[in-house]
Design a protein around this ligand. Structure first.
Ligand code: PA5
Length: 449
């Protein structure tokens, strides 16, 4: 049974239930495009049945390889960017000790990331650590030619070879890439790295339930069977109920579309658990790259409360009225802690002494929701009983399908990202890459360097 609950009560004062139900025909049509593969980008629908299609043999082989890597790695470096990085990080950070880097004695390798930007300082700092630690790495790039991970891999490959020698370094590198095209595939074959395939019909941001996400997640010690099982439940629900009634994904996609059509063009994903920070980053990439095109689309943003109530809270309460919030609410934390009683009560907190922090957090959520609704910010609430691999698996599929439905309802191709090329062309021209020289002079003149 799926445990993700959707609550729309706090948006019904902005968009009525009847108004939402008018979107049913659009949901039915979008679902038809997805399951009959008749919509734009229909050669990128491999993610739709990934949870049910993955075999026992594939799972067992990922687990066995992850166990081997775990044995020899104090640190495991995940090299990738965008969809080749955020899914793994989102899942790993939801289920790892908040202070894992300082939490000595844990059995899990510490997972670190590289190739998600081009910061020289970051990579140099990482090498300081890797000099002193046993490590291995996964280099993940579907195209195999993305600049950021390619630079990081060059640096870390050289470091690994120097540290362990060529033969052992080769055993410590895993390549996850396209099955036949691309530089990384060729390099992996030449060097004899163990490699995994990113299926042709699965785009980067929909690839967390392929080895792109599953291998690093398994290396981190997270149960990938439960994650896949959670996603399977959501997949089954989605396939069985391709309309609004009885389908929380369809309600969510309709609510977003109705809010967008009423002028709410920014969706702020809200969490009250810091371990959901990277889940929000994953959501932002999924929706931003899928919907933001042809001069349309909801801008996906994210905040962590109550922290950001002391920074972004003011804008949300009283700034431009173009926002709506989607709150991921977690009913039960993993740990228990009470507010202590104090003799003096100088901070005047004794009225909540003995209460669990989670109760205080929930009251903060309720109070914030009502304040923001009063301030003109509609609220969508997505509730899970607790954060575990199963519920995160459910959420992953919920948001993937919600994104595809939203894209089709908006009238865009949710599976391409043509706009991402613009910065790359300019960067290549400014760096003097062969084939891009024609633009170099003009770009240099514009930036006056
Ligand atoms: O979702 C996408 O397709 C992108 O975000 C890609 O994942 C990202 O650009 C990285 O591409 P690649 O895996 O080819 O290195």
């Amino acid at each position: 049974m799926i445990q993700v609950k959707l609550e729309l009560d706090q948006m019904f004062s902005f968009i009525s239930k009847d108004q939402l139900l008018e979107y049913d025909k659009h949901i039915v049509s979008a679902y038809r495009k997805i399951y009959n593969k008749t919509g734009a980008g229909n050669d990128f629908l491999g993610w739709v049945d990934l949870p049910s299609a993955i075999t026992e043999q594939e799972i067992a082989s990922l687990e066995a390889h992850a166990a081997e890597l775990r044995k020899k790695s104090e640190v495991f470096v995940v090299i990738g960017i965008g969809g080749s990085y955020l899914g793994a990080r989102a899942v790993i950070e939801t289920m790892t000790h908040h202070f894992s880097a300082l939490n000595d004695g844990g059995n899990n390798p510490h997972i670190v990331y590289a190739g998600q930007h081009i910061s020289e300082d970051y990579l140099a700092d990482l090498l300081d650590i890797l000099d002193k630690k046993e490590y291995s790495l996964a280099v993940i790039s579907k195209s195999g030619t993305t600049t950021e991970p390619a630079i990081a891999f060059r640096v870390l490959k050289a470091h690994l070879e120097k540290k362990y020698g060529l033969e052992e370094a080769r055993k410590r590198i895993v390549a996850i890439t396209d099955k036949s095209r691309g530089a990384l595939k060729q390099l992996a074959d030449n060097e004899g790295y163990v490699s995994y395939v990113v299926p042709d019909d699965v785009g980067g941001r929909y690839s967390v339930l392929t080895p792109v996400g599953l291998l690093p997640i398994a290396v981190a010690g997270i149960n990938i069977r439960e994650l896949i099982e959670g996603a399977r439940k959501m997949e089954a629900m989605s396939r069985a109920v391709q309309k609004i009634h009885g389908n929380p994904i369809a309600w969510y996609a309709s609510a977003r579309q109705a809010l967008y059509n009423s002028g709410k063009t920014v969706e702020v994903m809200v969490n009250y658990e810091p371990r959901l920070f990277y889940f929000t980053e994953w959501f932002k990439q999924l929706y931003g790259e899928s919907e933001g095109k042809e001069n349309k689309g909801i801008f996906p943003a994210g905040v962590g409360f109550t922290t950001d109530l002391h920074s972004m809270g003011q804008y949300i309460q009283e700034g431009l009225r173009i926002l709506f919030e989607t709150v991921i609410s977690v009913e039960n934390p993993k740990r228990e802690m009470l507010v202590p009683e104090a003799d003096t009560d100088l901070d005047q907190l004794n009225y909540i002494a003995g209460k669990r922090l989670s109760e205080v957090n929930h009251k903060a959520e309720q109070g914030t929701t009502l304040a923001h609704v009063d301030g003109g910010v509609p609220n969508i609430r997505i509730v899970i009983p607790e954060i575990n691999a199963d519920t995160i698996g459910q959420l992953i599929y919920f948001f993937e399908m919600g994104c595809a439905l939203s894209g089709y309802m908006l009238g865009v191709n949710p599976f391409d990202q043509p706009g991402v090329e613009a910065y790359k062309k300019n960067m290549f021209a400014l760096l003097g890459k062969k084939g891009f020289e024609a633009q170099t002079a003009e770009l240099q003149a514009r930036i006056k360097q």
